[in-house]
Write a protein that binds this ligand. Structure first.
Ligand SMILES: Nc1ncnc2c1ncn2[C@@H]1O[C@H](COP(=O)(O)OP(=O)(O)OP(=O)(O)O)[C@@H](O)[C@H]1O
Ligand code: SF4
Ligand SMILES: [Mg+2]
Length: 372
């Protein structure tokens, strides 16, 4: 996994700031994404997890301005920083002209959509779909260059060149998904957003594709925003994980820290509902209740009706996302009132190892509010 920030090569490449997306307008609008902040660093895999309907896909489509009606971006900025050498230069995707956006999408920021394998054109061969993408963005390339590039891309995702002539119906689900990944990589993008790229596949193929994404990321150096509801998959592959609940990012942290020491009750409950690939076998516990109606969100913490630790203030006011009260809080953020209490519940007070020394860092509650 890649190193964190500090080195310019690991500086932010995509920053989502205060993104808000609604479906519809007025009192009946669905508030699908609320004030979301996310930072993707160069060469890093940022995982985004949360239950179905929490707003993960909407965040990705909003950030790339690919939302369909009735989706409306009601606020925020999405800063793409194209050059590691000039880290202060940024393009705000939400403010970019249609021309800038056309150039930027696919060439700089590529997307593998949810159920992407069904979005291959059924009447075009794999070769035609790959070469069309290259031709649209690199019109000066020759026919033979495009074919060669298409063959190279297929090879990159583990498919033999002789499949270039195949049509989508002649490929397995896993192969179609790999072709979609090849399409996303066609123009050597800096950022690849993958929205549930393996959900429809069996676990063996799922694992092969995830391993391939990790290998390609190392080989080609792109950054990945990987969206899934499978938190256990992210713990394996992501550098940093953000957890979404009812349209908001409720916790984010380096993957192993989040896994070992979750600080938000929802993250802890999500971890308890997945079998762990590491450590001792454990009893799985579901999360009682169901997510709130996003058309009618409560004023306080929307997790309160399902939260075993809820306090009276939780139903009145939503907690801001801040660094939790632990000494080594680098890149840790949490939105939960418990972190302002004198004592944290035992399940959320697990010491985590310090990055430098490896010694456990004690939790000192009641002093949260560090910089983002
Ligand atoms: N076209 C639409 N019109 C109205 N509401 C929508 C539309 N698309 C999504 N929503 C609502 O927005 C919210 C977020 O949906 P979204 O698809 O972003 O969730 P998700 O986290 O990606 O879920 P999943 O894991 O099932 O893909 C949900 O409440 C959903 O019902
Ligand atoms: S803010 Fe309150 S209800 Fe929400 S997760 Fe924290 S303790 Fe639970
Ligand atoms: Mg989705």
């Amino acid at each position: 996994m890649s190193a964190g920030p500090g080195n310019p090569a690991n500086a932010p490449v995509l920053e989502i700031r205060g993104l808000c997306v609604d479906y519809g307008r007025g009192a009946t609008a669905t508030r699908a994404v609320i004030d979301a902040d996310l930072t993707l660093h160069r060469g890093e895999v940022l995982g985004l997890a949360g239950e179905s309907g929490s707003g993960k896909s909407t965040l990705a489509y909003g950030a790339t301005r690919l939302l369909r009606q009735p989706g409306i971006i009601t606020g925020g900025r999405v800063l793409f920083r194209p050059s590691a050498e000039s880290p202060d230069f940024a393009i705000d995707i939400l403010d970019a002209s249609p021309q800038t956006l056309r150039g930027l999408r696919w060439r700089d920021v590529a997307i593998v959509f949810q159920s992407a394998m069904n979005s291959l054109n059924p009447v075009l061969s794999v070769q035609a779909q790959l070469t069309d993408t290259v031709a649209a963005h690199l019109p000066q390339s020759t026919k033979s260059e495009r074919r060669e590039h298409a063959a190279g891309l297929l090879k990159l995702v583990g498919i033999s060149e002789d499949r270039l002539r195949s049509f989508p119906h002649e490929l397995s689900g896993g192969m179609k998904q790999r072709v979609m990944i090849a399409l996303a990589l066609a123009l050597d993008p800096q950022v690849v957003i993958m929205d549930e790229p393996t959900t429809a596949l069996d676990v063996v193929t799922q694992r092969q594709i995830v391993e391939q994404v990790i290998r390609l990321r190392e080989e080609l150096g792109f950054s990945v925003l990987f969206i899934t509801h499978d938190l256990s998959l992210l713990i394996e592959m992501a550098d940093v994980i953000a957890i979404m609940y009812a349209g908001r990012i409720v916790e984010s942290a380096p993957a192993q820290r989040l896994f070992r020491a979750p600080r938000h009750p929802y993250t802890a409950a999500l971890l308890d509902s997945f079998p762990s690939l590491h450590g001792k076998p454990k009893m799985l516990a579901g999360i009682p209740g169901s997510p709130p109606d996003m058309r009618n969100l409560p004023p306080g913490c929307p997790f309160a009706p399902r939260c075993r630790y809820a306090l009276p203030r939780c139903v009145e006011q939503y907690p801001a996302i801040t660094s939790p009260a632990i000494a080594s809080a680098a890149r840790r953020l949490v939105a939960c009132w418990l972190h302002e209490e004198r004592e944290l519940p035992a399940g959320l007070a697990v010491p985590e190892p310090d990055d430098e020394t490896g010694t456990p860092v004690p939790v000192v509650p009641g002093s949260s509010g560090g910089a983002r």
